[in-house]
Write a protein that binds this ligand. Structure first.
Ligand SMILES: [Zn+2]
Length: 361
């Protein structure tokens, strides 16, 4: 059973310790995204060296390839990926909706076709969570219904009702499961969704359907609502939030766990995160720049390679630059969490956050 202890607090921000199936992680924490069982361009050894303690994979992507049976036969996801840290899996609700699946409301089933070979899958919310555990996840996420932004109020209301019904179905499975609230940025609907999950009872509580284009301030207000309603003793997880400035705002409001493709996807597009904001390493102005990607970064790439070299590798289409950029961006993101944990423990989080945001711009 998942254990979570809040260790220190600073205002609403907190540090904590999470333990599940003998695997441990400290919070606030960032989970790199291993959608198909891999963080692109990296090995599990790289992740360990970066100090990553938890990853998140995606049930939907792994179900359509290689399939839950194969993953089980080869010993489960930890064994398959050679990952002995904490592993979360997402239910895939977000992908299923974006890819236009059909729903049979009466039978409470989600039906979708594989984009790879046209195989049709039919899942109940209970099936979804069972499949996540069959794949050997440590923490399963509920199947939720995430409407796009912007959405009409009626759509958001319906998504809260459906997400609540589905959460009740998911909870029938034994195991460590996190509920996911919806409700967009409508305060009353978000509060209703959070409360419904608390009434059902989960090991942890997430916020879904955020960071999809809504104004930042309105999103921050949803963190305040979750902080108010979600139990203090449970871990709180903001799904899909990866911008450094926004994550710090969420940490300040009592959120503990984050995941996003932001640092890794940006890296592969040449966008390098630095303490002075992001830069595009592909630009001609870096051709003769002998400095590191970020002068304030102590990662292995910044200490060993120059902007000029990485710029050259991009232009020459040498694949190694993507790995370099990914290693740096993940190190940068993880360092924000390390600094945040230190600042919370010291009681200086507000000052740390303000200084970071001022430099970052
Ligand atoms: Zn670096």
């Amino acid at each position: 059973m998942l254990k979570f202890d809040v260790k220190t607090t600073d205002g609403n921000a907190r540090t904590g310790r999470l333990e599940v199936n003998g695997r441990k992680a400290v919070t606030p924490m960032f989970m790199p995204v291993a959608t198909r069982g891999s963080v692109r361009t990296l090995l599990s050894k790289d992740l360990k060296e970066l100090g990553v303690e938890a990853l998140i994979s995606n049930m939907y992507h792994l179900l359509i390839r290689p399939g839950a049976d194969i993953i089980q036969e080869v010993g489960g996801l930890h064994e398959f990926m050679n990952w002995d840290g904490v592993l979360f899996t997402d239910s895939g609700g977000f992908q299923m909706i974006r890819k236009g699946f059909e729903q049979d409301i009466k039978e409470n089933k989600v039906k979708f076709k594989s984009e790879l070979d046209g195989t049709v899958f039919e899942l109940t919310p209970t099936d979804d969570v069972e499949l996540q555990f069959k794949m050997d996840t440590d923490v399963a996420m509920c199947l939720d219904y995430c409407p796009p932004y912007p959405a009409e109020r009626e759509t958001l209301e319906a998504s809260v009702d459906k997400t609540t019904r589905w959460a009740e179905e998911c909870r029938k499975v034994d195991g460590d499961i996190f509920g996911i609230s919806q409700g967009g940025i409508e305060p009353d609907l978000r509060a209703k969704s959070c409360q419904a999950l608390v009434d059902i009872g989960f090991q942890g509580y997430a916020l879904g359907g955020l960071s999809i284009g809504e104004p930042a301030e309105k999103m921050y207000a949803m963190f305040d609502i979750a902080d108010e309603i979600y139990p203090q003793e449970a871990p709180r997880y903001v799904m899909g939030l990866g911008s450094p400035v926004e994550m710090l705002e969420a940490i300040e409001r009592g959120m503990d766990i984050f995941d996003s493709a932001y640092p890794t996807r940006n890296a592969r597009h040449g966008s390098i995160l630095t303490h002075k904001g992001s830069l595009d390493i592909r630009k001609a102005k870096f051709k003769k720049d002998n400095g590191p990607l970020d002068p304030d970064c102590d990662c292995s790439i910044c200490s060993e390679y120059s902007r000029a070299y990485i710029n050259h590798l991009c232009r020459a289409e040498e694949l190694s630059w993507m790995r370099m950029a990914t290693l740096h961006n993940l190190h940068f993101t993880l360092s924000i969490f390390k600094e945040s944990r230190r600042a919370i423990a010291d009681g200086s989080f507000q000052g740390y956050k303000e200084k970071f945001q001022k430099n970052y711009g």
